[in-house]
Ligand binder design. Structure first.
Ligand code: NAD
Length: 381
């Protein structure tokens, strides 16, 4: 099978946890180059994957005619400039979310797409999660999503990056949820209302142009054992729920499977055994895994921070998922295979595109405005 040559620009936490390992196993992609400004990061990667070329200057990656596409997983401020340069150099782009903080910046990527004929996919990867792809089909077979509830909740202390100040959970995390609700609704957001009970905890109400509605609970106060994401939606007929990407239920939907479990997800180099727990026990297996990881975290945090033992184990806290990588399939592998398919076969893009990145940024900005003013904000997207 022909494979798309894909380089990764920005080989930090997310790229190492997801894109690199997924490109290693993607059936239609060849990991063509690691590019990072950090020589130390590249040296570490070279030890692990000596067959993959390394490069510190992304401009050299873009000048390489063998490379078909680039995954841009730098932090936010480089998303737009590198995307534009990459498309101008003839590469297709998969750029991490959020595309940019302002609509004006996002628009520059749309202009580059039009000018170059290249495609920019945005890393709002939940559209590629197997459980959500099934949920979408089930909703559509049963008259479409009418109203929905989405919880995304984790621990406040998680570092969301230094770039956005207050509202960064909305910008960096809720962009995924806004996008997936647009996908489920099959419609664009028409208005938003947001209220915050306290810092880093928002309740959001969305209305869609087609009349659908959705509520989001976004919280930074959940104990770490909590399954992070829960989705439920009323269709024209019946209800569908998905817990933590691993357990789907339907209620009152004749002809639909009533319950399905989805296997977990892990890095090729790492522990795989939890995948079996999740495949066999669904949410129960996932909760057991999270409880184990929370115990590990507490154990390490309780160590003397000046001790050798702590020094040896503290990296586990940086990555949170020490032995197993991310535990559930949020669509990262599917996104890489889809990107390669877009490059090789010019298939229609099912992932989020730059235009989705733009609209989601406008919706997030409206949510922040609503939270800060107490007003309902209408959008014309
Ligand atoms: N889709 C998801 O599920 C998901 C999850 C986590 C993070 N993200 C997004 O991924 C992006 C990266 O996050 P992270 O946690 O991996 O950050 P990180 O800081 O760990 O990694 C960024 C990397 O980019 C490198 N870099 C910076 N400038 C560069 C340049 N000019 N050329 C090449 N490399 C350069 C840095 O050295 C670093 O290694 C962020 O935008 C974040 O919002 C997405």
């Amino acid at each position: 099978m022909k494979k798309a040559n894909i380089a990764v620009i920005g080989c930090g936490k997310l790229a190492q946890n997801q894109h690199i390992s997924n490109l290693m196993i993607a059936k239609n992609a060849n990991l063509a180059c690691f590019c990072d400004v950090s020589k130390e990061t590249l040296d570490e990667l070279h030890v692990r994957f000596p067959e993959v070329p390394i490069e510190t200057d992304y401009k050299k990656v873009l000048a390489n005619p063998e490379i078909d596409g680039v995954v841009i997983a730098t932090r936010e401020e480089y998303h737009v400039p590198i995307s534009i340069e990459a498309m101008e150099a003839g590469k297709h782009v998969y750029v991490e979310k959020p595309l940019a903080e302002t609509p004006e910046e996002c628009e520059k990527v749309l202009i580059a797409e039009q000018k170059t004929g290249k495609k920019a996919l945005v890393g709002m990867n939940r559209r590629m999660a197997p459980a959500y792809r099934d949920a979408k089909k089930i909703l559509d077979r049963n008259g479409g999503m009418k109203s929905a509830f989405y919880r995304i909740a984790d621990a406040f202390e998680i570092d969301w990056g230094e770039y956005y100040g207050l509202g960064k959970r909305l910008t960096l995390e809720c962009c995924h949820i806004i996008d997936i609700l647009r996908y489920f609704a099959g419609s664009e957001v028409a208005s938003v209302f947001c209220a915050a009970s306290r810092q880093d905890e928002e309740s959001i109400l969305l209305t869609f142009k087609n009349g659908a509605t959705a509520m989001i609970l976004s919280s930074g106060y959940a104990p770490w054992e909590t399954p992070k994401e829960h989705f439920e939606a009323m269709a024209e007929i019946g209800l569908v729920t998905v817990d933590e990407f691993c357990e789907l239920h339907t209620y009152g939907m004749p002809g639909e499977e009533s319950c399905r479990y989805y296997e977990g997800h892990s890095h090729v180099e790492r522990e795989q055994s939890h995948k079996k727990w999740i495949k066999n026990d669904g949410l129960k297996g996932c909760v057991a895994l999270r409880a184990y990881l929370a115990d590990e975290q507490r154990r390490i945090e309780a160590l003397d921070h000046n001790s050798k033992e702590y020094e040896k184990e503290r990296h586990i806290l940086d990555y949170r998922y020490p032995h197993i990588n991310y535990s559930v399939d949020k669509g990262w592998l599917g996104a890489m295979e889809h990107f390669a398919d877009v490059i090789l076969n010019d298939v229609p893009v099912e992932a989020a595109r730059a235009s989705d990145g733009l609209n989601v940024t406008q919706i997030i900005n409206a949510i922040v405005e609503s939270r800060d003013t107490g007003k309902i904000i209408k959008l014309d997207l």
